[in-house]
Design a protein around this ligand. Structure first.
Ligand code: ZN
Length: 75
């Protein structure tokens, strides 16, 4: 129950994205209002720092896989 309620709360708060949570040895963290703009920044970081050209759809999938609903991500 604690897990579920924290996911619901996180839908209304900033989304903290840690690069290391996605398998990189990297200190990069984004902590911003959850939005497509934030996902694009994360995507750009992967490309610029790690040379991985993810699509925005792939990054969105990574976020939704963690329990964030698509509807909660501001366009
Ligand atoms: Zn990184």
């Amino acid at each position: 129950m604690i897990l579920i309620s924290s996911l619901l709360v996180s839908d209304k708060m900033n989304l903290k994205l840690r690069c290391e949570d996605y398998g990189f040895e990297c200190e990069f963290v984004l902590d911003e209002e959850k939005s497509i703009v934030e996902l694009k920044k994360f995507r750009d970081h992967f490309e610029e720092e790690h040379g991985i050209d993810y699509t925005i759809e792939a990054v969105t999938q990574m976020i939704t896989n963690r329990g964030h609903s698509l509807d909660s991500i501001k366009k």
